[in-house]
Design a protein around this ligand. Structure first.
Ligand SMILES: Nc1nc2c(ncn2[C@@H]2O[C@H](COP(=O)(O)OP(=O)(O)OP(=O)(O)O)[C@@H](O)[C@H]2O)c(=O)[nH]1
Ligand SMILES: [Mg+2]
Length: 726
């Protein structure tokens, strides 16, 4: 455990009595109740939020100082009950059970109290110091719900606060509450949920034995809680008590007897008692108007349009089309500015560095590579602005709902939708988001197909190629690539289902959150995350990649060329100007640099591998781009930028990469490359995540081999079809 955490200090505000210098507070609540938004407000952080359940899939630690106290806040994946089973839910449960938290903050959705309080009914039995926050109280107000805080507080045995996390309201009071609870060492009022006589008797019996087996370890509250957990069949607690065979046998017998007497499994009996408790509490503390009003009404009305049986899918397609078209066309303008800016920097720097190695490294290596990638920043910003809007308004959950049935047709679990959609951003969080899928086989399929989703790192490749080869249709081509990525993912799922994994049919209901107006802050956080990630890569892997590629193609220097180009160029330069004078000199220079490139390290490596790709009509430069893309897909464009900067015999900066590219390939060849770039092996980051999440290199290796095979065979079919039709 943390060293500082266990240090005690004399508290000046409390007569010098010793308190911990640092406390750990955990935020626990249902999915989508606003825990992460609250954490961001409490600690001024920028963790991802979204208006759909299960955005957070792993613990996040942030800290703040309030009133002289160091508070470490832990954000957890949302859970509906402490008995939840999926990977990310287990993480929350294990953290709560680990006893690392000094205070639990139970975040409740004020507009949905009855559902939120089921988890609360399990938490309060643990007898840990706890605060309750009625978040989203703006929505409760707009629905004209009145909540009796005092009543709720006395029923729950802890203080109840109110907050609107999106607006930062109620944050200070909540922090004050944590500090107060810690300083005053407020211990919670024990809350006993009333179970019926049968259940109580079983609890008492088990509790007595727990007491005997752990003498002096537990107080009454804790032993009761343990007994209830054992009877509820909590697997974690059962494993923990595994060595006490006698206890397990008694638990088993009690569960059996209860199930036989009541005709229902024991966990359902406890759940029914909890629902009863919660329902009673809500009836007492919450007063609602007779008819549904306000935003729920709006949600219903909007859903009638967006989830319409016939209109739903065309609307989804229309919205996606608008998104990609804007990404492309709106992006053009700022792209031009960045291009001009990079050109200016390049020219200015060039004029200050004398010709030579350093000059070439800076101009042809660093500026060409980094600048060539940076121009796609506006596209990334626009795409993520739309993604943030979809996610924050709640439309993303509708998109998932609309596609749900089709997903099942391809043998994918309904829960796979959100990870796949997240894959449009980055495959790494997408693979992590598969934690929400309990079933191992379904999860593995989703992990293996999610790298096919067109991530933002691959987007620059398609924008570059679409712009270079498909003119007016560029936006449509990019959209086509997105569709292709979805179709391939689906087909791959079917193949995987057949190949290695048996088909699984777990029922799944998509939860639809109410529509919410996105706040500027949330949209900014969502976009900021991606933009920062992109810029980090530009400053990191792309910078290094550009230098390495430049080095490999600039060395070894002064190899003997097949032809003495310099002499020939000099001869031409001394001749009187003829009509073809400039063209001839340029052509000679071009040939020279081409030959130099071919003799460079890079040229040799690429030529050694090129035969593998020659059936796809890839030149050795395309091969280089593909190879470097293994590290990170953004590097593909940077590679082209560096390669073509060098090949630009006369170093005419005005020749944009697009134009240079369009002279070396036919549109069919370009499309073949696009298909290959879309599908071939995930980047290193994704491979590492697959290994971690799937639990072994085998799966990571499988993913690489599977995607390479698919990429190659599909690209081969494309070039073959291209050859037939053109
Ligand atoms: N109207 C309103 N919306 C809120 C409030 N707090 C959060 N939200 C919105 O609710 C949605 C869910 O917020 P998150 O913070 O991602 O919820 P979470 O509890 O972390 O969800 P998971 O990580 O999925 O468990 C987002 O769209 C937020 O902008 C609030 O007080 N009022
Ligand atoms: Mg969250």
């Amino acid at each position: 455990m943390n060293k500082i955490k266990d240090e005690f200090i004399a508290d000046p505000k409390n007569g010098g009595s010793p308190i911990k210098k640092k406390i750990t507070v955990v935020l626990v609540g249902n999915p989508n109740c606003g825990k992460t938004t609250l954490l961001n407000r409490l600690t001024h952080s920028k963790e991802s939020v979204g208006n759909y359940p299960r955005v957070t899939v792993t613990l996040a630690r942030k800290s703040c100082v309030h009133d002289g106290l160091h508070i470490e806040l832990i954000d957890t994946p949302g859970i509906y009950a402490l008995t939840s089973q999926s990977g990310e839910e287990r993480e929350t449960r294990e953290f709560i059970h680990s006893g690392q938290a000094d205070i639990i903050v139970n975040v409740l959705d004020a507009g949905n109290l009855e559902r939120s309080l089921f988890l609360t009914s399990q938490l309060i039995e643990m007898g840990l110091p706890m605060l309750f926050v009625l978040n989203m109280s703006d929505e409760a107000h707009s629905r004209q719900l009145t909540i009796d805080h005092h009543g709720l507080s006395s029923m729950l045995g802890g203080p109840v606060y109110e907050s609107i996390a999106t607006r930062g309201e109620g944050i200070k009071a909540l922090l004050d509450g944590m500090v107060h609870m810690h300083r005053q060492k407020v211990s919670p009022e024990p809350v006993f949920l009333p179970y019926d006589a049968h259940l109580e008797r079983a609890v008492e019996k088990v509790q007595r034995l727990v007491f005997e087996l752990h003498p002096g370890s537990f107080d009454h509250n804790q032993s009761r809680w343990l007994a209830i957990k054992l009877l509820e069949g909590d697997d974690q607690i059962l494993v923990q008590e595994g060595e006490h065979a006698h206890l397990l046998e008694m638990v088993h017998r009690q569960r059996y007897d209860l199930a036989r007497d009541h005709g229902e499994e024991c966990e359902f009996l406890f759940a029914a008692a909890r629902y009863g408790f919660v329902h009673g509490m809500v009836t007492e503390a919450v007063h609602a108007p007779k008819t549904a009003t306000g935003f729920l009404d709006w949600t219903n009305r909007l859903d009638r349009i967006f989830l319409h049986r016939f209109l739903g899918i065309p609307l989804l397609l229309g919205l996606l089309w608008i998104m990609f078209q804007s990404t492309f066309s709106l992006g053009e303008i700022p792209m031009g500015w960045i291009e001009a800016g990079v050109g200016w920097i390049s020219a200015t720097v060039a004029s200050h560095i004398p010709a030579g190695l350093v000059h070439d490294l800076v101009i042809d290596g660093i500026i060409a590579g980094v600048g060539g990638t940076l121009v796609f920043l506006p596209n990334i910003i626009i795409l993520f602005f739309f993604m943030a809007l979809f996610s924050e308004t709640g439309y993303l959950a509708r998109a998932a709902f609309l596609m749900d049935r089709s997903m099942h047709a391809f043998g994918l679990h309904g829960k796979a939708l959100i990870p796949l959609i997240m894959g449009f951003g980055c495959n790494v969080p997408a693979v992590m988001a598969t934690r929400t899928i309990e079933d191992h086989r379904s999860r593995m399929i989703t992990i293996l197909v999610s790298p096919f989703m067109l991530c933002s790192a691959r987007l620059p490749v398609f924008i570059l190629f679409a712009g270079a080869f498909f003119g007016e249709q560029a936006g449509l081509m990019v959209l086509l690539m997105y569709f292709l990525s979805i179709v391939i993912a689906m087909v791959a799922a079917v193949v995987l289902n057949r190949l290695i994994l048996r088909r699984d049919e777990n029922p799944f209901v998509m939860e639809l959150p109410p529509y919410r107006l996105p706040t500027l802050r949330a949209v900014m956080i969502h976009m900021g995350d991606r933009v920062a990630g992109f810029l980090q890569k530009v400053a990191g892997v792309i910078l290094v990649g550009s230098i390495v590629i430049w080095y490999l193609q600039a060395f070894p220097r002064h190899e003997i060329l097949n032809h003495d180009y310099d002499a020939e160029i000099a001869r031409f330069q001394h001749m009187p100007e003829a009509v073809m004078y400039h063209e001839t000199i340029n052509a000679l220079k071009m040939k020279k640099s081409q030959e130099e490139l071919e003799q460079s390290y890079l040229g040799r490596i690429a030529q050694a591998i090129a035969p593998v790709f020659s059936p796809l009509h890839f030149t050795w430069k395309d091969t280089v781009a593909v190879l470097t893309g293994f590290v990170a897909k953004e590097v593909v464009v940077a590679s082209y930028a560096v390669l073509y900067a060098q090949n630009d015999g006369v170093k005419e900066r005005s020749e944009s990469l697009r134009r240079a590219l369009s002279t070396t390939m036919t549109p069919w060849e370009a499309f073949t490359f696009m298909v290959f770039a879309l599908l071939y092996a995930p980047c290193l980051g994704t491979i590492a995540t697959i290994r971690k999440e799937a639990g072994g290199w085998i799966w990571a290796g499988y993913s690489v081999v599977f995607s390479l095979t698919l990429a190659y065979s599909l690209s081969l079919s494309v070039i073959w079809i291209g050859g037939m039709v053109s």
